[in-house]
Unconditional design. Structure first.
Lengths: 292, 418
């Protein structure tokens, strides 16, 4: 074979490329594999968040505990003692703290991830890495503070138990890891949907912090589910956070009932929000630099 | 022929101008409501036509139909003016944003250094930032650990590696950032304007590092306004203008073309108080024909009409000659010929011509600046306002092949046997 024909033959061989960038990408082509390759980055982001949060503070990680503690004291005075909202016979401080710990994790996940694009525009504008790494790292670093607060809650429970109050942790405690995953997923899902939309509409950033604090009142944090009038119950139950907070409290404190069907609803809701979020996020991440 | 590692096929990138997204939800809803009522868009400025119905006029093409193949191990310099599309091209390659049309095919990992220090966190220490920045650029923790000492040595901030980077001087900051990026091992490295920072010694080190990177068989795409650095590093060049590639070839040809382009398009720099000024000027050959090509050994004539705006006792007129690298080559002034320009009255016009004989400048392109002034100051100075090129010809030297490009001047020689 003469050399000219040989090169021609080579030219017709299929070309092998590591990566092909095209303008349009299928909406379902979410590259989770790539996210896994960047796991080191995710953990370094977590470390960065943690370290930078408490540099040059005197109390350092103690703030993780001070925040829910002060909120609990506030709630005990305002809602417990002044307004006189009952707490299903559980010590008031324990009732509020258990709700606050779970809710705080959700709220921080949502608030922090919702600013992914706007806050990190500078870094996103210069270098590529899977954008999802940032919101995921936020959820993980908030998990660290959740764990610390959870341990604090356990100490609180031990104190009240020794003081003779009715604290009855039960077998449903085993559900807590599942609850944490649902909380994280729900926060992340809503957060990345909002962050994707804020690339175009900045209005949402104002709405989020405000919306989340309103949302708390639609969740049985400061009142037990049993106290809600029948006509409002449906609205509170439609809130995917309700079954989670209820299960959480009932597992640890032994009041109320665990409704598995409602829990399944929360789980389904979370999966849905998370899928929608990842799809929108994936679509926006490619060209958001042009609109931010 | 080396393997193609990056292939751009008909790449275009379109940006929308501001009118499409108004930025707030309320404005967009407002506009949408206006649209369904077939009213005029309320968010448009008064006087602007309603662009919602028209297709053109609201888009800009930052890149248009770019086709480019980059071979393995090639060091490609991309030059062009601000807004030519260089950075957009690099952004597409580094996947910061996506193309509007076309396909980019890439083999191997690409790491970009669009700006050093991406993701550095001021509160973190040097060490923590090395890990974080390395991971952002695509390295795994293990890779960074294995290179950690090398990175620290290269940056020269060993003593401060456990200090938060917010306490670093800007030089240290940049050195550390560059050190991390330089120790990446991607198949392709994208570098944009990094060499503009750091002191001379560090720049030398950085260029050395990039040379060794390219020698190790990796591909480098380099965007810079520092033409010397581009010439030193790159083997091939691409010249961009208005979103298209207008020239692709050897790096020296590209930089020359770019310099030429800059002079042609720049407005003339003119300074002086204009007590007396140039009205017009031209450059001709010996036969008074306007030209910009002179053969070696020939002469050129510069004619200038000047006009006094005040009474002038005494002025000098001189020509600065520079080459295409803006190096000062020679200077010609009226005193060389004991010629005097004295006692010019207000409003008077004078025509002067100066003949420069027996040109022995090395073949190449030259620029003349015209100056009027005296020992007390400048009356009128016009920079690089005339251009001519010297052709080798056969009058001055007879060698039948091109003269050595490194030369600045040509010496005439006479050869004999003795």
């Amino acid at each position: 074979m003469d050399p000219i024909n040989k090169t021609e033959l080579e030219n017709h061989l299929p070309e092998k490329w590591t990566m092909i960038i095209k303008p349009k990408r299928s909406i379902f082509s979410v590259n989770l594999n790539e996210l896994w390759q960047y796991r080191d980055l995710i953990f370094l982001f977590v470390k960065r968040d943690f370290v930078s949060k408490f540099k040059q503070t005197i109390l350092g990680p103690l703030w993780f505990i001070i925040q829910p503690l002060l909120t609990t004291i506030m709630f005990t005075i305002v809602f417990g003692n002044i307004a006189g909202i009952p707490t299903d016979g559980i010590p008031k401080m324990l009732f509020y703290l258990s709700g606050i710990v779970g809710w705080t994790y959700f709220a921080t996940c949502l608030n922090d991830t919702s600013q992914t694009f706007v806050k990190n525009a500078a870094i996103f504008g210069k270098v590529y890495f899977p954008r999802l790494a940032l919101p995921v790292s936020v959820v993980i670093s908030n998990l660290v503070s959740f764990v610390i607060q959870f341990i604090f809650l356990l100490c609180f429970m031990l104190y009240f138990y020794l003081a003779g109050s009715s604290v009855n942790p039960n077998i449903n405690v085993l559900l807590i890891p599942v609850l944490v995953i649902i909380i994280a997923g729900l926060g992340l899902g809503f957060g990345i949907i909002i962050s994707s939309l804020t690339t175009k509409y900045r209005d949402l950033t104002h709405l989020v912090t405000f919306g989340v604090s309103l949302w708390m009142y639609a969740t049985p944090i400061i009142y037990p589910l049993s106290e809600i009038p029948e006509k409002y119950k449906i609205f509170v139950l439609a809130n995917p956070m309700t079954p989670i907070v209820e299960t959480f409290k009932s597992a640890l404190l032994g009041v109320g009932e665990v409704n598995y069907l409602q829990l399944l609803y929360s789980f389904g809701f979370t999966v849905f929000v998370l899928c929608v979020g990842v799809i929108i996020f994936n679509k926006v991440e490619k060209t958001f630099m042009d609109t931010v | 022929m080396s393997n193609t590692i990056i292939k751009l096929e008909d790449i275009s990138k379109q940006y929308r101008l501001g009118v499409v997204g108004t930025g707030t939800l309320s404005h967009d809803l407002n506009r949408w409501f206006a649209k369904i009522r077939r009213k005029e868009d309320p968010t448009l400025k008064i006087g602007a036509s309603n662009v919602l119905d028209t297709v053109d006029g609201q888009y800009v093409w930052a890149l248009k139909d770019i086709n480019l193949d980059v071979g393995e191990g090639e060091v490609l310099g991309i030059i062009g003016k601000n807004g030519a599309g260089k950075s957009t091209l690099l952004k597409l390659l580094s996947r910061v944003t996506g193309p509007t049309t076309g396909t980019i095919k890439i083999n191997g990992r690409i790491a970009s250094l669009l700006e050093v220090g991406t993701g550095f966190h001021p509160e973190l220490t040097g060490k923590e930032n090395i890990y974080l920045n390395g991971a952002i650029l695509g390295m795994t923790k293990k890779e960074i650990s294995s290179k950690f000492d090398e990175i620290v040595d290269f940056s020269g901030v060993k003593k401060f590696v456990n200090t938060p980077v917010k306490r670093y001087s800007s030089g240290m900051y940049v050195r550390l950032a560059f050190a991390v990026a330089a120790h990446l091992e991607p198949e392709t490295l994208i570098v944009d304007e990094v060499l503009a920072v750091g002191d001379a010694e560090f720049q030398k080190k950085a260029i050395g590092k990039m040379k060794s990177v390219s020698k190790s068989g990796r591909t480098v795409l380099f965007v810079s306004h520092n033409l010397t650095a581009v010439e030193q590093l790159c083997t091939r060049g691409v010249l961009m203008q208005n979103g298209t590639i207008i020239m692709d070839g050897k790096v020296h040809d590209i930089t020359t073309a770019y310099k030429k382009m800059s002079v042609d398009e720049n407005e003339l720099k003119r300074s002086g108080a204009r007590q007396i000024e140039f009205l017009d000027y031209n450059l001709t050959d010996e036969n008074d024909k306007v030209t910009d090509e002179i053969y070696l050994g020939d002469s050129f004539i510069v004619n200038a009409n000047i006009k006094a705006n005040e009474n002038i006792d005494n002025t000098d007129l001189s020509l600065d000659i520079r080459n295409d690298a803006n190096e000062f080559i020679s200077h010609v002034t009226n005193a060389d010929d004991l010629f005097e320009l004295k006692n010019i009255n207000k409003g008077e016009k004078v025509s002067v011509s100066v003949k420069v004989k027996n040109l022995s400048l090395a073949p190449g392109t030259y620029y003349i600046s015209l100056w009027l002034g005296n020992m007390y100051g400048t009356f009128d100075y016009i920079e690089n306002c005339l251009r001519f090129s010297i052709r080798q010809g056969e009058k001055f030297i007879l060698r039948p092949y091109p003269f050595d490009k490194r030369s600045k001047t040509v010496l005439q020689s006479k050869w004999n046997f003795r």
